[in-house]
Ligand binder design. Structure first.
Ligand code: NAD
Length: 321
């Protein structure tokens, strides 16, 4: 069995590796070659933690396994480590033997950023110039870095409930040489692409905050009860997701579908656009939404990429197990 520790991931997996892995697995899911197992997520009644498992099998990429982990809200304050903690376990699909154990923290950020980035590649208008960020936490910086690679963005605008956190994404925009401006939510009408990546439980981005032709990557809503978008905005858009079952149960579409504003059948897999079986954006005025809920197969795909890179670099730790 191979071990790829958390500390090795940054040197092994590039943004491009993560993008390729996630795009391929979304395509495999839409082609029926990969599927996710039901998600388990439990409040364990200790340290205020939410812990669970996301797993699946990708027959195209031959990745079988799970990500175990969750959210410990007091970690940063009490231990000086990040609140999201996870590890990916990969198994040999032919024998069931453990293949690898891979640090999952940075991989989670990379695969989540890759997901919205894949959606921007396939759904945003080619002439998109202004990128809007709603949220400025840990994930937001990864999201912004990856998104900036997808179009010739000339400006980043940002809003966050806690405005002092916007320094983080302002720094990423500066790194990329793109001007940054803080805006109120109604200033988001200037954006051609908007990424929402917050922990909100109420709608933030309302229909009036979004112009025709905008692509929205809604990335924060990954749990029952969370919400970032006005359901009327969701109903007015063409909606895509990583996995329909998650979108309508733990993703943003739980609200619009729950309220009867859209049917489950109106939610499309982004993988179908990648595969060319769905045409994707149909006009420059259409609002598209990617409801990125985060699937276990994304974790397996980037972990498999980390293992491959570690083997190539000769840095994977081999354990007789
Ligand atoms: P974080 O704690 O570092 O940042 C949280 C962000 O949400 C900050 O911008 C904060 O100001 C904002 N926020 C907090 N409460 C809010 C509220 N009530 N209204 C509006 N904004 C609020 O978290 P993070 O690691 O950046 O993660 C952000 C979100 O993304 C979380 O909800 C997390 O569960 C989710 N997430 C999704 C995926 C996925 O695959 N879709 C993957 C990882 C994380």
């Amino acid at each position: 069995m191979l071990i790829v520790p958390e500390t090795a991931i940054a040197d092994l997996v590039s943004r491009d590796d993560a993008f390729q892995a996630v795009e391929a697995v979304f395509a495999a899911m839409a082609a029926g070659k990969a599927y996710n197992f039901p998600v388990i997520r439990e409040a364990i009644g200790h340290a205020d933690a939410l812990y669970g498992f996301k797993g699946g099998f990708d027959r195209a990429g031959m990745a079988l396994g799970l990500k175990a982990g969750g959210y410990w809200p007091n970690n940063l304050a009490t231990q000086g480590i990040i609140n999201h903690q996870s590890t990916v376990f990969l198994f040999d699909p032919d024998t069931g033997r453990m293949q690898a154990m891979v640090g999952g923290n940075l991989l989670t950020a990379l695969r989540t950023a890759a997901a919205s980035s894949v959606s921007i590649k396939h759904l945003a208008r080619p002439d998109a110039k202004v990128l809007g960020m709603v949220g400025a936490g840990h994930q937001a910086a990864f999201q912004l870095r990856a998104a900036l690679e997808q179009r010739e963005f000339e400006k980043v605008i940002g809003w966050n409930l806690h405005p002092e956190m916007l320094d983080r994404i302002e720094a990423v925009a500066a790194e990329a040489g793109v001007p940054f401006e803080r805006v109120e939510l109604d200033g988001m009408t200037e954006a051609d692409v908007i990424i929402t990546i917050t922990s909100s439980f109420d709608p933030i981005l309302m229909q009036g905050h979004v112009s025709p032709g905008t692509h929205i990557a809604c990335m924060g809503t990954d749990t029952k009860g969370k919400q970032e978008l006005d359901p009327a905005l969701v109903a007015a858009a063409t909606v895509f997701t990583d996995e329909v079952a998650q979108s309508i149960s733990i993703g943003e579409c739980q609200h619009a579908v729950g309220a009867g504003l859209i049917a489950e059948t109106a939610v499309n897999e982004v993988g179908a656009v990648i595969n060319g079986t769905h045409p994707g954006r149909s006009s420059d005025a259409e609002i598209t939404i990617f409801d990125g809920t985060g699937v276990g197969l994304q974790d397996l795909a980037v972990a498999a990429s980390a293992v491959e890179r570690a083997v190539q670099a000769g840095t994977a730790v081999e354990v007789d197990f």
